[in-house]
Design a protein around this ligand. Structure first.
Ligand code: ATP
Ligand code: MG
Ligand code: MG
Length: 428
């Protein structure tokens, strides 16, 4: 990827924008770019420098991302909306071509790494709630004030940020509570001494953790992870607007990363802001359990899409026929009765039961979380609550006027109807 049209190879100390920004270390990378911690000599702060690949289609994508990020920054001058802030942008010419560069506020580790840090056991629910609130503030801002659909919401695209001003002191701000350094990066062409040292330190840290785990046993490690996570002031921001679109200017038909993809996108039945709400629910589940909500796999007899739809129905009940048959691709998966063509026997395992049986949630925690998530996973997009409505939900706002016994009765009564044709799922 470090060739003409591809990534720009960066060395620690490289200067950008006429010497204004100085590269410090690599923060991450994606399909389109590498992202570096850089020192802004003009403002004496640290920033994240996203350096796009140079080929025309990447430049085009960067221009789009810059226009989205600009409108986000323009409408939120106080930078309080849980969405990453664009500071500057410029072009940088290197041996592989001309690269568009975005200067973003410097944020911390992604929620994916935070989940990995719990050894995929999930975060304590009070932390999940704090994170969800931030994401919802960001989504409400994007959706209601700007008319922007993110279209690629997932733990990887939500980054932690600290109340201590990270741009001034990235080390002490505690932005990177995670011990591992990025792995599997495309090599930057040059591995700096600093990077090597960081890697060595990370390996030692990871080795130490595994030693401890071996001596403490699995449960001990889980407790330790939770303690570490408990200490983090958890606030976060939504990043990666490369695929975002304005609701009146939708670009792509196939949007979202597979596991976070809404059913109407699979069926090609049109989409709106509510696709982000679906991905948000999948993300919240993953934070709470450490597992992705849906992990479809294609088989010999059926496609990944069909498996995905089947998994959705095993968790959420049968898709209403009206919804199932209304997409351009509906006929590929559903017969005219609204049943899947190639996957006939679904094993129903409702969310609250799954949380209790597999993830050992208490009855109450399971009910509260599934009461919050299930409306977001409504097959009919127009029925999903908006981010604004979610912010009012007692699970988020903490304001609940209904006495506990009443709530329990209500969720028992609601139950799951129309499931008699589905078998109870016994294991994944
Ligand atoms: P994708 O293939 O996901 O579209 P991309 O090339 O558009 O990737 P981003 O997802 O924006 O790149 O960024 C890549 C990685 O760089 C992120 O996953 C994250 O680890 C890191 N990163 C991005 N923005 C920031 C930031 N503002 N502060 C700190 N790290 C960041
Ligand atoms: Mg990304
Ligand atoms: Mg991107």
């Amino acid at each position: 990827s470090y060739r003409k049209g591809g990534y720009h190879a960066v060395r620690v100390g490289d200067q950008f924008a006429g010497g204004r920004y100085i590269a410090q270390r690599k923060l991450g990378w994606g399909q389109f770019s590498t992202v570096w911690l850089a020192y802004d000599t003009r403002t004496s702060t640290y920033v994240a420098l996203k350096i796009q690949k140079s080929a025309a289609q990447f430049a085009q994508a960067a221009l789009h991302e810059i226009s989205v990020l600009s409108s986000i920054a323009d409408a939120d001058p106080s930078n309080s909306k849980c969405v990453v802030h664009l500071i500057d942008h410029f072009k940088h010419t290197g041996p592989n071509g001309q690269h568009l560069c975005m200067v973003l506020e410097f944020l911390g580790d992604s929620l994916l790494r935070l989940v990995r840090h719990t050894r995929y056991k999930g975060l304590p629910l009070n932390k999940v709630r704090e994170i969800c609130k931030c994401i919802l503030i960001g989504l409400d801002y994007l959706h209601r004030e700007l008319g922007i659909i993110h279209t690629d919401l997932k733990p990887e695209n939500i980054l932690l940020f600290s109340s201590i001003d990270a741009s001034k002191d990235p080390v002490r701000s505690g932005l990177s509570p995670i011990l591992e350094r990025p792995e599997g990066n495309p090599t930057s062409g040059v591995t700096s001494l600093i990077e090597k040292r960081l890697k060595r330190r990370a390996r030692r840290a990871v080795a130490k953790i595994s030693e401890k785990r071996d001596s403490m046993g699995g449960a001990g490690e889980a407790q330790k992870s939770e303690r570490n996570v408990e200490g983090i002031d958890v606030r976060c921001k939504i990043v990666d607007f490369g695929n975002a679109c304005w609701t009146d200017k939708r670009i792509a038909e196939e949007i979202q990363t597979r596991h976070y993809r809404a059913p109407e996108v699979i069926l090609q039945a049109g989409y709106s802001f509510s696709v982000d709400m679906w991905s948000f629910a999948c993300t919240a589940f993953e934070l709470a359990t450490g597992d992705m909500m849906f992990t479809p796999k294609g088989g010999q007899e059926f496609s990944e899409d069909e498996d995905h739809l089947a998994m959705m129905m095993e968790l959420l009940g049968k898709m209403p026929r009206r919804v199932a048959i209304c997409g351009a691709r509906s006929k590929d998966y559903f017969d005219r009765h609204g049943d899947l063509k190639r996957i006939r026997r679904l094993k129903f395992w409702p969310l609250d039961k799954l949380l209790i049986d597999r993830y050992k949630f208490s009855g109450n925690d399971a009910r509260e979380l599934s009461d919050f998530l299930l409306p977001l996973l409504d097959f009919a997009p127009e029925n999903r609550p908006t981010a604004q409505q979610c912010l009012q939900h007692p699970w988020i706002s903490g304001k609940d006027s209904t006495p506990r016994e009443k709530r329990n009765e209500a969720s028992v009564e609601k139950g799951h109807v129309g499931m008699s044709n589905l078998r109870i799922k016994v294991g994944k």
